[in-house]
Ligand binder design. Structure first.
Ligand code: ZN
Ligand code: ZN
Ligand code: ZN
Length: 229
């Protein structure tokens, strides 16, 4: 397989056909979502973690602590991964170009934002993100029960992220005001200016870190499709 990216002009000319085949309703979208590897892995992870949490028992009010901490942390995680990992530029190090798979895949997603096959979390990344996530929850909680509460909720938010990000790139239009804001924000990131609006399912990271400006103040970026200045 060639690593050469599709020229922007070709990607643009293929666009109407790609868009016309895109799901328009949640009913049409769900089977497409479930055909892909990353949603399947995340559904399995949520199922296993919830089952393990139920088996561990010992519920208490303390279970709310990992949940609240996660909801406060999540927008920062979305922002940080998007800014520092997904948008990492190729770098020359000792005469070699370092350009990791994850940012390469994200640039392909920016070039062809309506192509549904290339927008999911890359499968190989689960090899390290799952152990890291489980390990961190284990370290920051005092018991297996509370660790499993955090782990289960973390996978649930990741699955929610994957579902929302997929839907934003279909023709499904949300009715709920919160989701309408998410749609608007992520589409601005893709079509207005890639240097702003990094949040996908929670937008407080952008508000906190200064990347949610008034659209009128932001120039349309010529590199929103390529991410390469
Ligand atoms: Zn596919
Ligand atoms: Zn996107
Ligand atoms: Zn991006």
């Amino acid at each position: 397989m060639s690593a050469q990216p599709m020229p922007a002009s070709d990607a643009a000319s293929a666009e109407p056909a790609v868009r016309a085949a895109s799901p328009r309703t949640l009913r049409e979208a769900l089977p497409v979502f479930l055909r892909h590897g990353s949603p399947r892995i995340l559904i399995a992870c949520v199922g296993i973690a919830v089952a393990a949490r139920v088996a561990a028992g010992g519920w208490s009010a303390w279970d709310l602590v990992p949940l609240v901490a996660l909801v406060l942390y999540w927008p920062i995680q979305e922002w940080g991964i998007h800014v520092f990992i997904l948008h990492a530029k190729p770098r020359r190090v000792f005469g070699r170009t370092i350009d990791l798979r994850v940012p390469r895949k994200h640039r392909a997603h920016h070039r062809e934002p309506w192509r549904l096959d290339i927008l999911f979390i890359p499968m190989h990344s689960f090899l390290y993100t799952i152990p890291i996530l489980a390990g961190v929850w284990w370290l920051v909680t005092p018991s297996a029960s509370l660790a499993l509460t955090g782990i289960a909720a973390h996978f649930a938010l990741a699955l929610h992220y994957e579902w929302v990000h997929f839907l934003v790139h279909t023709r499904v239009t949300p009715r709920n005001a919160y989701y309408q804001r998410l749609w608007k924000s992520h589409r601005r990131h893709h079509f207005k200016n890639e240097n702003y609006w990094f949040g996908v399912t929670m937008l407080s990271g952008d508000r906190l870190l200064g990347t949610a400006p008034d659209v009128a103040d932001v120039p349309t970026s010529p590199t929103a499709r390529t991410l390469l200045a």
